[in-house]
Design a protein around this ligand. Sequence first.
Ligand code: TRP
Length: 374
Amino acid sequence: MLKNEMKITPWEVSGNIDYNRLIKEFGVSKIDSKLLNRIKKYSKELHFMLRRKVFFAHRDLKWLLDEYEKGNKFFLYTGRAPSGPVHLGHLMPWVFTKWLQDKFNVELLFQFPDEEKFLFKQNLKFEETQKYLNENMLDVIAIGFDPKKTKFIIDTKNAGLMYKEACKVAKKITFSMVKSSFGFNEQTNIGSIFYTSMQAVPAFLPSVLKNKKIPCLIPHAVDQDPHFRLTRDILPKLGYPKPASIQCLFLPPLTGTKGKMSSSDISTAIYTTDSPNEVERKIKKYAFSGGQETLELHRKKGGNPDVDVSFQYLRFFFEPDDKKLQKIYDDYKSGKMLTSELKEILIEKINSFLKEHQKKRQLAKKKIHKFLLK
Ligand code: TRP
């Protein structure tokens, strides 16, 4: 593989990500203004992640809205494989999912496939995934999901409910199908080969339990698409509708606008449990800057917000106000705003967000039981 070549699988994201090429290769559709207007009909206003094309692609969203219009409500499905602490990149699609839940008043099934990373990561033990499962649940609850409309489905705990359905999916998937979808080979362990059928289950489990065809919408980062492409092929064969999806970009790592924020490199990620000092230190030390070498040059030539990670974090997540964001963009580009000033704005935004999040995360410890699927 060439250096910097785009690589995107559910287990690895690296290189320069060309989203237009990705749309073509994955066969997803762009979210256009017509579709945005249809969403707006129900949500009244558009979430900034939609306005800014952070959620940029979909499958079958038109169909989903047609069904909604006919009174056939969908449910939301998303998830998190516990393998480490939660960082800001994970939170992004969850914040958006919560918005969808509120605007459309729908139920959410949140999967914790606590076997996934055990199977895929050489050195990860079950004890560790269980520790992260408990930690990660706190972060999801802290987002503010309504416990009356949200259920957690944990693969090893809810296996009794899931296994039979997973087998129905697995029976329709051959080794050669997963080989080409995920790049598996003869050395891949058989747990990994089976895994995608577990991730398919929540997309139709409510239809099984209620014995009717309930539409499903999956908000997810674009790297999960290979799983759901397979799911979409299989479900009609089992008599269930194909799940629709709405897909987002990756929050870039601190170190630059390539790839995604990742837990495996401590310097690229801001965790939900980071202290204000830690956030400040990481942003000041690592956040890739689009500024000029010297103050003089910066004043003269201006910075480049398009490659500046601090600006990108404001755009993706921390400055919902379009006018304020535009002003920061203009001021930075003209050289009026310095990198240090831009970083100050971001540090303050992240820290006030995390202060609230950490409070809710603490309170979440007493709420876990309300979310568990019985
Ligand atoms: N595979 C995802 C991960 O690595 C977890 C996951 C399970 C998921 N079901 C999902 C993500 C549905 C998005 C949507 O974290």
